[in-house]
Design a protein around this ligand. Structure first.
Ligand SMILES: Nc1ncnc2c1ncn2[C@@H]1O[C@H](COP(=O)(O)OP(=O)(O)OP(=O)(O)O)[C@@H](O)[C@H]1O
Ligand SMILES: [Mg+2]
Length: 260
């Protein structure tokens, strides 16, 4: 089977000012993949995602989405995004949990129409999957950071994207909900065929669920099947990436939950 290409980056580099933070990254993501993106703090993961979303322009190299150059790409409604810092609502923000999630349907159906009953049902369904249905009518700003993040995940789900990008979406979410969330992502990927890219610091868990892994530290040090990654010994990993990634794998080997 010849899977469609969802994202193609060739020789992409980027610097905010003088220092290059993403260097010569070439990466191809095919339809149906669940890609885990790992790397130490400051290794350029969020920057890479901002480049994919067209929020930053590469200093060099080319990016295409769904086989179209990013410059002329228009179907942004096919791309969902949950950012690393979602909990930015203050307590006075005038929207309920249900309203925030329903907004995820706007991209599907257009700004200038009323929400249907189906929009509401789907929104409630998504809130159930993240176990936030008891908070439907609460003001979003009154929730804890982890609860807000679960609401944002629900919003990304109802928009039914073809490509869902999640930048450490589980930061601040407690361990039990994180496990459910990974199960849910796997289901979305396998049953609905949604292509996923997820940044995570919990390399043990992400390699259990993702089909592929990319390990980056400014450049890409590894890109391959999760199985291939899991087969590496500590020595292999040391040789491949040196100290920085040894820290990353640490959590995996001593069984801690990492930065979750
Ligand atoms: N807006 C910005 N202006 C200048 N430098 C930035 C900006 N955002 C990030 N950087 C720098 O770019 C580098 C890569 O940052 P980035 O946020 O992409 O890392 P990351 O891999 O997502 O890290 P983390 O795991 O901590 O989220 C860092 O050195 C960071 O200080
Ligand atoms: Mg980041």
């Amino acid at each position: 089977m010849n899977a469609k290409t969802i994202l193609e980056m060739s020789d992409v580099s980027f610097k905010y000012d003088k220092e290059t933070v993403v260097q010569n990254v070439s990466l191809s993501i095919k339809e149906g993949e669940f890609l885990g993106l790992v790397g130490p703090n400051g290794s350029g993961k969020s920057t890479l995602i901002k480049l994919m979303l067209g929020l930053l322009k590469p200093t060099a190299g080319k990016i295409s989405l769904f086989d179209q150059p990013i410059r002329s790409f228009k179907q942004w409604e096919d791309i969902g995004f949950v950012s690393q810092k979602a909990n930015s609502f203050n307590s006075g923000f005038p929207a309920t949990v249900l309203e925030v999630v329903k907004m995820g349907r706007v991209s599907k159906t257009g700004m200038f129409r009323f929400f249907t009953r189906r929009d509401k049902e789907q929104s409630i369904e998504a809130l159930k999957t993240v176990e936030m249905e008891d908070y439907l009518h609460h003001n979003i700003g009154e929730l804890s950071g982890g609860q807000q993040q679960r609401v944002f995940i629900a919003r990304a789900l109802v928009s039914e994207p073809k490509f869902l990008i999640l930048d450490e979406p589980t930061v601040g979410v407690d361990a039990r909900h994180v496990a459910d969330f990974y199960d849910l992502l796997e289901k979305l990927n396998k049953e609905k065929g949604i292509t996923l890219l997820m940044v995570s610091h919990d390399i043990g868990t992400i390699t259990e669920h993702a089909s592929h892994v990319v390990c980056m530290n400014k450049t890409i040090h590894f890109h391959g099947h999760s199985e291939e990654y899991k087969a590496f010994s500590d020595d292999d990993l040391n040789r491949l990436y040196g100290h920085a990634v040894q820290q990353l794998t640490h959590n995996h080997h001593n069984g801690e939950a990492g930065e979750l």
